[in-house]
Design a protein around this ligand. Structure first.
Ligand SMILES: [Zn+2]
Length: 109
């Protein structure tokens, strides 16, 4: 039996609120390690938005592969050099929005 990666979801997050402000968006989700922090959306709405969910799960997997802290540093460096949109982690996560298999090996707790 395969082990699924457990991903935590936290609502009403201050750090996600900062991200929303920075990105000038109403709602936001931000990944730190295996936790997805939400602002202005709730667990139910977020889980129902499969495209958004797959995007954030892609970031969880990126962080897992690279290591939590190394990922954060590398992500910030990319954003600084390339801007948010062309950041390679964002480009990859956007591609994964249509990856129908990305949710198969994860569970939300
Ligand atoms: Zn993203």
């Amino acid at each position: 039996m395969e082990m699924k990666m457990k991903i935590r979801i936290k609502e009403k997050s201050f750090i996600a609120r900062l991200a929303a402000y920075r990105l000038k968006s109403k709602k936001a989700a931000i990944v730190i390690g295996k936790t997805i922090y939400l602002h202005n959306t709730n667990r139910e709405e977020f889980l129902a938005n499969r495209k958004w969910l797959r995007h954030e799960v892609a970031h969880v997997k990126q962080a897992h592969k690279k290591g939590k802290i190394r990922f954060i540093l590398s992500y910030l460096m990319e954003s600084f050099n390339m801007g948010y949109k062309y950041n390679r982690y964002e480009r990859e996560a956007r591609k994964k929005e249509t990856d129908l298999h990305i949710l198969e090996d994860v569970e939300f707790i």
